[in-house]
Design a protein around this ligand. Structure first.
Ligand code: M6R
Length: 606
């Protein structure tokens, strides 16, 4: 979604801003722009990619202070005029803004009455004009921004550039903003990954906070005007390159990174001797775990699918009722919160607005939430204050792959840890640990020999609709496979627990309809086979993901075997062919695999 990058120092700002924008590209956007201050503030903005913006830039842009933006349209169509930065009427104030200004209509009306002509349809532009007006009151940029934000309602990650001052004023409310401290230079971004090539020393602004940056100094205050000292976080180096390397697409690279990602996730977190998990971040004693009445897991999209698997693992191993909830629904249903229950927010980016709101709802009602998060220092990780990092390394493709696997692995370790204090024996624990430790190698083995993925692609690439079916722990895998194919190849997909098929989706089947079955060798396989027969009897063609050596293979038109594994961990293997099918189908259809239309990597609006 929208991204911000800002720089002030002694170097020419424009190249640094462009580099920052490229590092934000993976988040998804429709237009970009930069503003650089010298004698004037020059603004360049354009619909399309950062590469398109570069085509309109002069060969040299002088100026050592600037701000830049990637926009993902919310208010106003995708157009050059609506792209950020936006300038005030006298050209002396320029802003970039992430988030939504809810009372923009009111602000715009009052500006129009004062004779201001707005140049865009965005909710953001009004802020630039109000800041200009407030600046004329006392010529104090920080106070002008502060007073403006007192008039605004909504969410913001905001950076403001002033023609007459060598500074950037920033503010955060509900949309992340991180300050990077360099040597005689300052950076600011909505995404810590964009800062790490320049500095590891960062300050995460919290909601209601502001920062005034000069090249040598940052002064922090609350929006109410109380000053405070910066608390510097030193970012650790993420494992994994954020560059493509030898791969044509980030999605493929990230599919192949799954074995190593899983090794990072489980490393040091398994106690083989006691057959137990060792997730330090949970900060829970066995006696507390024994008293937990129920568990709730929250997530969106892929994270929700992983949470559903977590729900089953927790119920199975710990014998505690567990439910996965879609975050965007959660707070609107006025949920009853039991303070003794365990709540988990599952998220790759740690910035998903729907999940963040669900976390706040639980906290408001006296509950506490553990984060199961990939991005270190992200808003949800900090809001929860406890939990586990899944250590997937940077995930750049919009379609989430390695984060899914690591969410499942982290939740399985959690289920084991709670299970060992309740219902799971040491031997069962050791079994699961064995299984988990084998997974990275088994995925490598599968990736060496992927089976007839391209045949499956041929079968589905021109289909009107693809049905994905699985039972038990494979039902969320079916959902994940459908989500992946739909989001990057734009093929309508439905996913159902296989037993539900005969209650409705069966009506869609006609001669040649492709149906993808996920059927590992577990206790529900026989039931899944019945559903498969029902599909075949109606002319459907079956793509079957199953375990190696299983004679179920003979039931399929296209059979894709994966290595055998502990039955509770089968999603970590069965999901891989679904990722590859989605990837190769998108390629075959000429789709933009890493940046599918309309989607954003991190969805920071509700
Ligand atoms: O960053 P999060 O894990 O919270 O993101 C949640 C979803 O937006 C995300 O999983 C989305 O569904 C992906 N594009 C799926 O590939």
């Amino acid at each position: 979604m929208c991204g911000i990058f800002g720089y002030l120092g002694s170097r020419q700002a424009s190249n640094i801003l462009l580099d920052g924008l490229r590092r934000l590209e993976y988040r998804g956007y429709d237009s970009t722009g930069i503003a650089v201050k010298d004698e004037t503030i020059q603004i360049y903005k354009k619909v399309g990619k950062v590469g398109d913006l570069e085509t309109i830039l002069p060969s040299q842009i002088d100026g050592t202070v600037g701000i830049a933006h990637t926009r993902w349209a919310t208010h106003g169509v995708v157009s050059d005029a609506n792209a950020h930065p936006h300038r005030s009427a006298n050209g002396k104030v320029v802003i970039v803004h992430n988030g939504i200004i809810e009372n923009t209509r009111q602000l715009r009306t009052s500006l129009t009455v004062q004779g201001v002509e707005l140049q865009s349809d965005t909710d953001s532009e009004a802020l630039a004009h109000v800041i200009e007006r407030e600046l004329s009151v006392d010529n104090n940029p920080e106070n002008a921004v502060r007073r403006t934000l007192h008039l605004a309602r909504g969410t913001w990650g905001l950076c403001v550039l002033f023609l007459e001052y060598d500074m950037i004023v920033c503010a955060r409310n509900g949309s992340p903003l991180i300050i990077g401290q360099g040597d005689g230079e300052m950076f600011v971004s909505s995404d810590p990954h964009a800062l790490t090539p320049y500095t590891q020393r960062v300050v995460f602004l919290e909601d209601g906070e502001m920062a005034t940056l000069t090249k040598n100094q940052m002064s922090l205050s609350t929006i109410k005007g109380k000053n405070f000292d910066p608390s510097i976080t030193v970012l650790e180096d993420d494992w994994g390159e954020s560059e493509l390397g030898e791969y044509p697409h980030f999605m493929l690279k990230e599919i192949y990174e799954q074995p190593d990602a899983l090794r990072h996730c489980i490393s040091g977190r398994l106690d083989r001797v006691r057959g137990n998990g060792r997730l330090g971040g949970l900060k829970l004693e066995p006696r507390d775990l024994a008293k937990v009445p129920h568990v709730r897991l929250l997530g969106c999209g892929t994270a929700f699918n992983a949470a559903e698997i977590g729900q089953m693992l927790i119920e199975k191993l710990a014998r505690i009722p567990a439910v996965a909830h879609i975050s965007s629904e959660f707070r609107h249903n006025d949920p009853v919160i039991n303070p003794n229950a365990l709540h988990f927010a599952v998220t790759q980016s740690g910035e998903t607005a729907d999940t963040l709101s669900a976390v706040k709802e639980i906290q408001l009602k006296g509950g506490s939430v553990y984060g199961v998060v990939n991005v270190v220092g992200s808003s949800i990780a900090r809001e929860c204050g406890k939990g586990v990092y899944i250590h997937s390394g940077p995930e750049q493709a919009v379609a989430s792959t390695k984060a899914f696997s690591n969410m499942v692995a982290a939740l399985s370790m959690f289920a084991l840890q709670v299970g060992r204090s309740r219902a799971t024996s040491k031997e069962q624990g050791k079994d699961l640990i064995n299984g988990l430790q084998q997974i990275p190698h088994l995925i490598e083995e599968y990736l060496e020999n992927q089976g007839p993925i391209l045949e499956a692609v041929e079968m589905i690439k021109d289909a009107k609709c693809v049905l994905f079916l699985g039972r038990g722990i494979s039902a969320p895998v079916a959902k994940e496979g459908a989500l992946k194919l739909m989001e990057i190849a734009y093929i309508p997909c439905l996913a159902y627990p296989a037993g539900e098929m005969k209650h409705g989706p069966i009506a869609l089947l006609e001669e040649g309809s492709p149906v993808v079955f996920i059927a590992p060798n577990d206790h529900v396989k026989v039931k899944t086979i019945s559903a498969m027969h029902e599909c075949k009897a109606r002319g459907a063609r079956i793509i079957l993901i199953h375990e190696e050596g299983d004679d179920i293979a003979s039931e399929a038109d296209i059979s894709i075997p994966v290595p055998q594994v502990h039955s509770l961990l089968s999603p970590l293997l069965t999901v891989i062919p679904t990722q590859l099918i989605a990837y190769h189908t998108a390629l075959a259809l000429g789709c933009n695999v890493d940046r599918p239309r309309n989607l954003a990597k991190s969805v920071t609006v509700e």
